[in-house]
Design a protein around this ligand. Structure first.
Ligand code: B12
Ligand code: SF4
Length: 468
């Protein structure tokens, strides 16, 4: 039996992710869902002693991480990795080593995208590509038996190990994963700054996405879904813990309307009292769907719009038209579901400041409740990155160097064919100010504030946004 500690690293050296600090700061209140899911699985399927440390929740310094690790005395530390957090991952490994941990394993989106670059990182014994539950179970069994990590599906422990082409699934069915135990961390401390001020968690009900947007790396994962009944079992477990606000973090919740209707019907049939948010595609949004969602507790829909022009939508292969976008936002307002519109600034087709201004004006025209503007940051492995390489706009070398030797000075390259990074950042700030400094926005939000805590969170986020 091994002692396993799963860590979400501190967020102290996040690569400039071109999202304003105010938005970033409030974002860090999400639970570490991946680690909770893996820990729940290991506890269900194995006899190991498993614990989760969310270093972001307590804003831990590295000496505190080291002390927490030393107190737990793990045989194995597992760390979840986002690409933008590689420096923090590196520092967390060092802290674990100082605490005397014999084995380190990495997993998460960065590892799934760049397994070979990651396996060579200092003091890393193995990396897991894709869904971590089953490969980690197998890896721990081998380590416990004193064997060498060779030939385990999904696990790469040596530079010459073959990289699996697909994820290793526990089963073909997401339903078979045990229900995630959210009490492995202090679940009452997570919140949603845009929510209603209640206890909040994230839930995932599908994996992957069949679409092909050129800036996104999700399409490489196979699309699989959980049944409405299994989702509702998990929702009921959340409600039993006092959780009332749910954010479904599926890449795209509405791949088919049929699935969404079936889930809403089941939530309503079981009378599950929650309010929820989803990440949606514009395509297929219709009134009947929105009405059923609203009746089942949906309060907010996040819609990836990205661009205000047909040219931009086509270039990013969004597979939607401006007409469809406008109709979706209009319907949401009519039915009474809040919207968050996501936009990108600095795409290959934004050649002048007027082009960018057009997208910003378009965001106001759509009249969403909130917007998120990001600077386009092409990630290696995406179609857009390959296009940038072919056009001579992007360079792979700095990325490769960063992945092998994470360092704080790295800045992810933006699409700087038409504007410098500084110009883009300037336009990004302008976009936020133009959208949020409107009386209509301020008034609408003042009327939605529910209590003192809600006011404090929103006011802090708002002030940070407005002061840049
Ligand atoms: C919710 C979410 C957020 C939230 C919360 C993130 C958080 N800190 O928890 C917010 C809004 C803050 C956010 C922000 C960002 N995000 Co985000 N986010 C997501 C989202 C939608 C869900 C994550 C989740 O909970 N998934 C559910 C869990 C169960 O799945 P999972 O993470 O894949 O975990 C499985 C495996 O990866 C593996 N695994 C994971 N950890 C470990 C650890 C070990 C030891 C092992 C063995 C295995 C393992 O096993 C898990 C269970 O099967 C994903 C997309 C997605 N649908 O997954 C993007 C995603 C993770 N985000 C992404 C990005 C790019 C960002 C931003 C950089 C965006 C930006 N421009 O600012 C920021 C960075 C934030 C930061 N400072 O770290 C990328 C990451 C790509 C990468 N290579 O790193 C993703 C994959 C989206 C995408 N396809 O591009 N994000
Ligand atoms: S719809 Fe969303 S998740 Fe799917 S490919 Fe496009 S951006 Fe990625």
């Amino acid at each position: 039996m091994l002692r396993v500690l799963l860590i979400r690293p501190p967020a102290r050296h996040t690569v400039e992710s071109e999202v304003p600090e105010a938005v970033e700061a409030e974002n860090l209140s999400y639970p570490p869902l991946a680690l909770l899911a893996i820990a729940s699985f290991l506890r269900d399927q194995t006899a190991h002693t498993v614990s989760v440390l969310d270093a972001q929740l307590d804003h831990l310094e590295y000496d505190q991480v080291q002390a927490r690790v030393a107190a737990f005395k793990p045989d194995v530390v597992g760390i979840t990795c986002f690409t933008v957090q590689l420096v923090d991952v590196h520092n967390t490994i060092a802290a674990a080593k100082r605490a005397g941990v014999p084995r380190i394993v990495l997993g998460g989106p960065h590892i799934s995208d760049f397994p070979q670059e990651s396996v060579g990182l200092k003091d890393v014994d193995a990396v897991v590509k894709g869904e971590g539950q089953r490969p980690l179970e197998d890896l721990l069994a081998i380590w416990e038996a004193g064997g060498e990590a060779k030939g385990i599906p999904g696990v790469i422990a040596h530079a010459d190990d073959p990289v699996p082409q697909t994820d290793v699934y526990f089963s073909n069915d997401l339903d078979d994963y045990p229900i995630t135990d959210r009490t492995l961390v202090d679940h009452t401390r997570y919140y949603d700054v845009m929510g209603e001020g209640g206890v909040f968690t994230t839930v995932i009900t599908s994996r992957g996405c069949p679409y092909r947007c050129t800036f996104c790396n999700t399409p490489r994962h196979r699309y699989r879904v959980m049944s409405p009944s299994r989702v509702c079992d998990e929702l009921e477990a959340c409600v039993a813990l006092g959780i009332r606000e749910i954010y479904f973090v599926d890449d795209t919740f509405n791949i088919t309307n049929k699935r969404v209707h079936a889930l809403c019907d089941e939530i309503r049939r079981r009378k599950i009292d929650i309010s929820w948010t989803v990440r949606f595609r514009v395509k297929g949004v219709d009134r009947a769907l929105l009405e059923n969602m609203k009746a089942a507790g949906c309060k907010r829909i996040q819609l990836g719009v990205e661009q205000g022009t047909e040219e931009g939508l086509l270039r990013l292969k969004k597979d939607v038209t401006s007409l469809e976008i406008e109709s979706a936002f209009r319907l949401c307002r009519e039915v009474g579901v809040n919207t968050v519109a996501y936009f990108m600034i600095g795409t290959p087709v934004e050649r002048t400041r007027a082009d960018v201004a057009h997208t910003i004006d378009y965001s106001i025209k759509l009249d969403p409740d909130f917007v998120m503007f990001n600077l386009l940051t092409p990630f290696p492995g995406t179609t857009l990155f390959d296009e940038g390489l072919a056009d001579g706009v992007l360079d792979l070398e700095p990325w490769t160097e960063f992945m092998r030797n994470p360092n704080e000075d790295f800045k992810a390259q933006v699409w700087d064919e038409h504007f410098s990074r500084e110009e883009l950042r300037d336009m990004l700030g302008g976009a936020y100010r133009k959208f949020y400094w409107r009386p209509k926005f301020v008034l609408r939000n003042l009327t939605q504030i529910r209590n003192a805590t809600d006011f404090k969170r929103k006011a802090t986020a708002g002030l940070r946004l407005l002061t840049g």
